[in-house]
Design a binder for this molecule. Structure first.
Ligand code: FMN
Length: 305
């Protein structure tokens, strides 16, 4: 069973992924945040920046594409094959307003026939190994039966299921009953994704669904970047290494972004999740939120030592 780092747009950039692999490691494959292919050549080169091999030092990286058009997919495929990739993940689940407005991501789930036409084209023409990352509906889980029927037509590398609807966003409990149905009825190997925050959470999934192709962890890995190592029996997270990790990230983001303010924003966003690991440390959380300068944040987290 593969351990996968979920794509988190704005957070799991190449800078984050490289630093995570260097300091903590433990995960088998990183999924890159979505890239929306554009017809404008310059823009699309810019959008590929995150996955160019020169910048990526993790062993396995799977690019993710967000589109509902076969021709855009195929153009994207051509570009990433040139970069040396043999696998791609298709995002049919992003709930963000700007994405949904353009009938992409989770909004595509409202149009099962559209998904079918799109996947027909993709699977007919593509030479890549393809996985799909999906939610279980747009507004209701009732929609999933039809969607799963469509996914079952294709031979995928894996089907990654986040058992929430778009309406759920990231809130509440994932619908395990529906995931169980997918586990029984999917013709493709399944990867589970949602709310794995501890080794115990992982073990429960593994025990309930022993034939999964993988388990994908997102926010739980930002909260505790040692989670993959811990699942594999390695040592638990140490505050010292978390601080080292953050200092390294700060150094690298300062270089990449060329701005202390942007670097501070990046680290603040990460630490809003990391502080889930330290629920008692309310004063430190407050100090992180209030920090106006990078050294304020780096100083505040030392309070965890
Ligand atoms: C800030 C943020 C950004 C995300 N960006 C992406 C993305 O680019 N592509 C994607 O497929 N899912 C994205 N997701 C969804 C996650 O990959 C994952 O499916 C979701 O968080 C549930 O898993 P978790 O409970 O382990 O975090 C994002 C989620 C968050 C919170």
């Amino acid at each position: 069973m593969e351990l996968c780092f979920a794509p988190l747009e704005g957070i799991t950039t190449y800078t984050y992924r490289n630093t995570h692999a260097q300091v903590f490691g433990g995960c088998d494959v990183y999924y890159a945040p979505f890239i929306t292919p554009s017809d404008n050549e310059k823009l699309s080169l810019k959008s590929l920046r995150d996955i160019v091999p020169e910048k990526n030092r993790v062993e396995r990286l799977v690019p993710q594409v967000l589109t509902n058009r076969g021709d855009s997919f195929l153009k994207f495929e051509e570009k990433i094959r040139e970069l040396g990739y043999d696998q791609v993940n298709i995002n049919i689940g992003c709930p963000s307003g700007t994405v949904v407005k353009k009938n992409r991501g989770a909004d595509f789930l409202r149009d099962p026939e559209g998904i079918e036409q799109f996947l027909d084209r993709v699977f007919e023409k593509s030479e890549l190994k393809i996985s799909v990352k999906t939610r279980t509906g747009f507004s209701s889980h009732e929609e999933f039966g039809r969607i799963l029927e469509i996914y079952n037509k294709y031979q995928m590398e894996s089907l990654i299921v986040h058992p929430r609807t778009r309406a759920d966003f990231y809130n509440g409990e994932p619908n395990m009953e529906l995931f169980c149905r997918a586990y029984k009825e999917s013709s493709n190997r399944l990867c589970y994704n949602a709310n794995v925050f501890s080794v115990e959470d992982f073990k429960k999934i593994e025990a309930d669904f022993p034939n999964l192709s993988g388990v994908m962890i997102g926010r739980g890995a930002i909260a505790n970047p040692a989670i993959f190592r811990e699942i594999k029996g390695g040592k638990p997270l140490e505050v010292r290494e978390l601080i080292e990790f953050t200092n390294l990230l700060a150094e690298r983001y300062l270089e990449v972004l060329g701005s202390e303010v942007y670097t501070l924003h990046k680290l603040k966003e990460i630490w809003m999740y990391t502080m889930w690991t330290f629920p008692e440390e309310k004063k430190i959380l407050k100090a992180i939120k209030k920090s106006n300068k990078l050294p304020d944040l780096l100083g505040a987290i030392k309070g965890l030592l």
